[in-house]
Design a protein around this ligand. Structure first.
Ligand SMILES: [Zn+2]
Length: 265
């Protein structure tokens, strides 16, 4: 079991897998969050494959939010499976040889596969830990930037586990304007509007430096951004318009993150 201290959590810059392990054992994060990390991390390396990663990952994200058409999901999954294990023998041999020589390329394909089907690593949490640790760079290239970017994704999607989010924003003072802004940002994935949300939250009496700093900082934001999720989750109790609520957190997690297996195995 990985259990970090608050200081260890704060200083970690290159080990997203350990952060995710810690979050998994803390037990109160939703499977949706882990799935969205899978999607965001897979998107970073999708260009290394010949798959249409953007299209596939949009389906995976919609599924994480419970709004995907099951037929679209099945089709997307079939496309990756067919890519990994082509029925054409010649293609299968060629692809297998290529993946063997370029393991990092196979790992990028595997990341997309896990984003679409996290059950291949037992569950969303295990899949997120696995993707966070996948080597998706050639042996002679530095990995520092990619590892650091994965940590940034964890910190964007998951709030600090040592500071309960309920203490950050007073739901009784949350304004309709702030909720509407958060809803619009989530719908359009327009994260450049986050500084405007910060102003609206401040007017609602929020002075939490982590919330305001997150909105006004220069970190990358992705679907599942913890500030947007927090405002929407609190806002759903106050304002009538329905907001897709995250799935209930799974109480326990199990399974081991086995190394990715190559095609045809
Ligand atoms: Zn964010």
């Amino acid at each position: 079991m990985v259990k970090l201290s608050e200081e260890e959590w704060a200083v970690c810059r290159d080990d997203a897998a350990t952060l995710l392990e810690h979050l998994g054992y803390s037990g109160w994060h939703t499977t949706r969050k882990f799935r969205l990390f899978c999607c965001a991390a897979a998107r970073r390396v999708a260009h290394l494959t010949e798959l249409n990663g953007e299209e596939l990952l949009r389906v995976a994200e919609a599924d994480a939010d419970g709004v995907a058409d099951p037929a679209d999901l099945a089709k997307a999954l079939a496309r990756v499976e067919e890519y990994v294990r082509p029925t054409n023998n010649r293609l299968r041999r060629r692809r297998h040889g290529r993946f063997k020589a370029q393991r990092w390329r196979w790992n990028a394909v595997y990341a997309i596969l896990l984003a679409l089907a996290p059950s291949k690593q037992a569950n969303e949490w295990r899949s997120s830990v696995c993707i966070a640790g996948l080597e998706t760079w050639p042996p002679d290239e530095p990995s520092v930037a990619e590892l650091s970017a994965r940590v940034d994704l964890v910190r964007d999607i998951f709030e600090d586990p040592f500071r309960p989010p309920s203490q950050r924003i007073d739901p009784r003072r949350l304004s309709g304007t702030a909720v509407a802004l958060a809803r619009g940002i989530a719908a359009d994935q327009a994260f450049d509007r986050l500084p405007i949300l910060a102003d609206a939250l401040e007017e609602s009496g929020c002075d939490d430096p982590a919330v305001l700093g997150h909105c006004r900082g220069c970190s990358p934001h992705v679907r599942g951004c913890w500030v947007i999720d927090l405002v929407l989750r609190l806002g759903v109790a106050l304002y009538a318009e329905p907001v897709a609520a995250p799935d209930p957190a799974r109480g326990s997690v199990s399974g081991t993150c086995r190394p990715s297996s190559g095609p045809g195995r």
